[in-house]
Design a protein around this ligand. Structure first.
Ligand SMILES: [Zn+2]
Length: 373
């Protein structure tokens, strides 16, 4: 009896569990991640327990892999070179003595910079109001070309509005100085608290006098640098050169350029006739550039042989002022002694008769003679 109990117990507790253990664990082993051989050999327990007959994994239906599309190489579209105009294809600039292109660049379709091989043609006359075309072209390595055009509009410089002065306003103007008499003239003007305008000659080398006149409230304008008609009116560029030489003298004396001037001989001069039409052109150009020229409506006659004495000068000036009671722009020259000497009595007469003596500026009334050339 004891022996049979032992056999039964043996069967129940050892053989049956082993049997079920094999049956149950087999699928798990089949699905398990393969264990490295060394690991199995190193673990005696596993080696002794797992003695499985490898079971065939049932073949799963194969799903064909979705084919991954091979990426097409990105094609850069081939195009003509592209020209970029900085500032756009239409630019507006105020009249000036020079023009500088706002800039440009060019690229080919691969992004290579072609700016250095661009060609630019066309001319802008910067001081002449009008519309000009500039053409920009470029060709890439494969011979593809692009051409674009920029329109440049040169417009007049805007000028301040003219303000008509009260009646009985007089603008005394003195050309061709400074001279040995100019300082005396400044003293007289100061004594009467009168202001005047000096259209100066640049090559006189007396910036100290120009400076004093400016600091005492008088206007300084360009007259000329050399006063040589044949040189100044040779062509536009010659006039500009002379004009700017004078401007530099004025800037040295006063710290700034002026915008008022008087043509040597006035705008109606005939001394410029060897260059046909130059006064017609220059009078327009200079106004478009933002400079205002002043002629006169009263002449003292001090330079034309009509006034030899200071009395002559005074009589002519006073007579002229009376005829222009709205405003008078008086021509004198501070290089002539009799003219400078007459100023004291002219100012005294003006004070007694209610006249005001002012300096010219861009808002002053314009007095332009009829151009003869
Ligand atoms: Zn002059």
């Amino acid at each position: 009896m004891k022996r049979s109990v032992c056999i039964v117990l043996f069967c129940v507790f050892l053989i049956l569990p082993l049997f079920f253990a094999c049956r149950v664990s087999q699928p798990e082993i089949a699905e398990a991640t393969p264990v490295p051989t060394e690991a199995i050999q190193a673990d005696d327990t596993v080696q002794s327990v797992i003695v499985p007959t490898p079971m065939e994994t049932p073949a799963l239906p194969t799903v064909p892999p979705t084919p991954t599309p091979t990426p097409e190489p990105t094609e850069i579209p081939v195009t003509d070179p592209v020209i970029t105009l900085i500032g756009g294809d239409t630019v507006q600039v105020e009249a000036d003595f020079g023009f500088s292109d706002p800039g440009y660049f060019a690229d080919d379709y691969l992004g290579n910079n072609l700016t250095s091989r661009m060609t630019v043609s066309g001319e802008v006359i910067p001081y002449k109001v009008g519309t000009y075309d500039i053409t920009y072209s470029v060709t890439d390595d494969d011979g593809r070309s692009t051409t674009v055009v920029r329109h440049v509009e040169v417009i007049p410089v805007e000028m301040p509005q003219i303000v008509m002065p009260p009646e009985k306003t007089v603008y005394l103007t003195f050309d061709d100085g400074p001279s040995a008499y100019t300082e005396k003239l400044l003293d007289v003007l100061k004594k009467h608290n009168a202001k005047a305008t000096f259209f100066i000659i640049g090559n006189k080398g007396r910036t100290d006098i120009i400076k004093r006149a400016y600091e005492e409230g008088h206007a300084i304008g360009v007259h000329t640098y050399t006063h040589e008609y044949k040189d100044i009116y040779k062509n536009e560029q010659a006039f500009f050169n002379d004009f700017w030489a004078t401007q530099e003298v004025i800037k040295e004396a006063t710290g700034s350029y002026t915008r008022i001037f008087r043509f040597p001989g006035g705008s109606a001069n005939t001394a410029s006739r060897r260059n046909k039409g130059i006064m017609t052109r220059l009078t327009k150009i200079m106004e478009d550039l933002g400079y205002r020229y002043f002629d006169w409506n009263v002449s003292s006659g001090d330079a034309s042989g009509e006034s030899y004495t200071s009395s002559d000068v005074k009589n002519r000036v006073v007579g002229g002022i009376k005829k222009h009671s709205d405003f008078a722009i008086v021509l004198q020259h501070d290089i002539h002694y009799q003219s400078v000497k007459a100023v004291d009595s002219i100012l005294t007469w003006g004070e007694e008769n209610g006249y005001t003596f002012l300096a010219l500026d861009l808002t002053s009334p314009i007095m332009h003679s009829e151009v003869q050339n």
